[in-house]
Design a protein around this ligand. Structure first.
Ligand SMILES: Cc1cc2nc3c(=O)[nH]c(=O)nc-3n(C[C@H](O)[C@H](O)[C@H](O)COP(=O)(O)O)c2cc1C
Length: 356
């Protein structure tokens, strides 16, 4: 089955995505490293295995259960490394490589070559990269930018990159007029003669773009949203349907060469729904972005909170080092950056105490 058929089949089981990891062939299929896979190898959490009564199903010689047609399932998800790909938990490439190197069957050799080529292409540490930072905080002392600065410190540890920081609030960037003049001209520029065209030139020539901004009303601050809206000169009017069934505009530039990272700080403590709208917007507007959403961000500029803020800043620095090497962040790293600095109840009581 191809990627589309695989996803349709998987979704038809109605399993909660956080309760299983897609192993092996399916993980490669979702990443575009394979065109086809014969079956669905999954590994369920203990809770899901119990809910499905997994051990009551037939078991094959490799110890997997077959709860659905073409599905081979194990029940040992806990502790398995995974990345999020298209919203699904997928076994990491490093883990797949490890056992495929042991097995060395003809299909393993093909997969090993594809994974190694992919990882080599993704590896960035050896070369200096062009980094564009779009700082969307309107404040001189931005909570979010403290995190971004720490990240940049780590990013530049092994290799000195060319970093261009744009403080968007200081730029003259009008809202989009919706005239689609850019789609007539097709030169990658907007018809409005202000600071946006210089940003578009930087944008298309960057290897890494970091969107650093505070959460405003569950989204981006409006001055930064204007930059995003007015990036449509970099796409065309023509539409294409992707393998995931979503319809998108064709690109005018090669976005696959641009690695996007979103760093967003917010004022609320850990709360599931706070970042939902932003997460969907970023996923749709950027090419496979890494996203880090940090609760309790105002603590980053409170000197008395340094005891909990400094370790987080250190984790951001480490994350920068990781990103410089792999041009992505692991799910584990993102989780460690998004962990609230202090418990929700303590944070609320500090905020309320201060505001009285
Ligand atoms: C207009 C406005 C809207 C905000 N909306 C949200 C929100 O929806 N959710 C949230 O958790 N925090 C919200 N905040 C709080 C900011 O995200 C928070 O103070 C953040 O730490 C500011 O980061 P900065 O210093 O980098 O600008 C809002 C703040 C402002 C000024």
């Amino acid at each position: 089955m191809n990627k589309q058929e695989f996803i349709e089949k998987l979704d038809s089981f109605g399993l909660p995505r956080s309760e299983y990891v897609i192993l092996s062939g399916g993980s490669l299929l979702l990443r575009g490293l394979r065109d086809q896979t014969a079956d669905l190898d999954l590994c369920a959490s203990k809770a899901l295995a119990q809910k499905l009564d997994l051990t009551s199903f037939p078991q094959d010689e490799s110890g997997c259960y077959n709860p659905f047609e073409d599905v081979q399932m194990k029940d040992d998800m806990e502790g398995r490394p995974f990345d999020i790909v298209d919203g699904y938990q997928c076994e990491t490439l490093e883990s797949i490589l490890e056992y495929k190197r042991r097995w060395q069957r003809p299909k393993d050799l093909r997969d090993i070559a594809a994974i190694e080529a992919y990882l080599a292409e993704k590896k960035g540490a050896e070369r200096p990269m062009k980094v564009l930072v779009l700082n969307g905080s309107p404040k001189k002392k931005s909570d979010t930018f403290r995190l971004t600065e720490a990240f940049l410190k780590g990013l530049g540890k092994a290799v000195q990159h060319e970093v261009h920081i744009v403080n968007v609030i200081d730029k003259n960037i009008a809202p989009c007029r919706g005239c689609f003049g850019c789609w007539q001209k097709k030169d990658g520029h907007c018809v409005i003669p202000d600071d946006q065209n210089a940003i578009l030139d930087l944008y298309r020539s960057s290897d890494i773009i970091i969107w650093s901004f505070p959460l405003y009303c569950y989204g981006m601050p409006s001055h930064l949203k204007a930059v995003l809206d007015r990036s449509i000169p970099l796409i065309k009017m023509d539409m294409v349907e992707g393998s995931d069934g979503a319809v998108r505009h064709e690109a005018l530039v090669d976005f696959s060469k641009i690695h996007t990272l979103v760093i967003c700080g917010c004022g609320f403590p850990d709360w599931d729904g706070n970042f939902d709208a932003l997460r969907i917007m970023c996923r749709n507007c950027f090419n496979d972005p890494d996203m880090v959403f940090v609760p309790e961000a105002p603590m980053l500029n409170v000197p008395a909170a340094a005891v909990v803020a400094d370790p987080l800043l250190l984790r951001f620095e480490k994350a920068g080092e990781e990103y410089s090497e792999s041009l992505s962040l692991s799910a584990g790293t993102i989780a460690s950056l998004e962990t609230p600095m202090i418990p929700k109840e303590a944070y609320i009581s500090i905020v309320n105490g201060q505001s009285k």
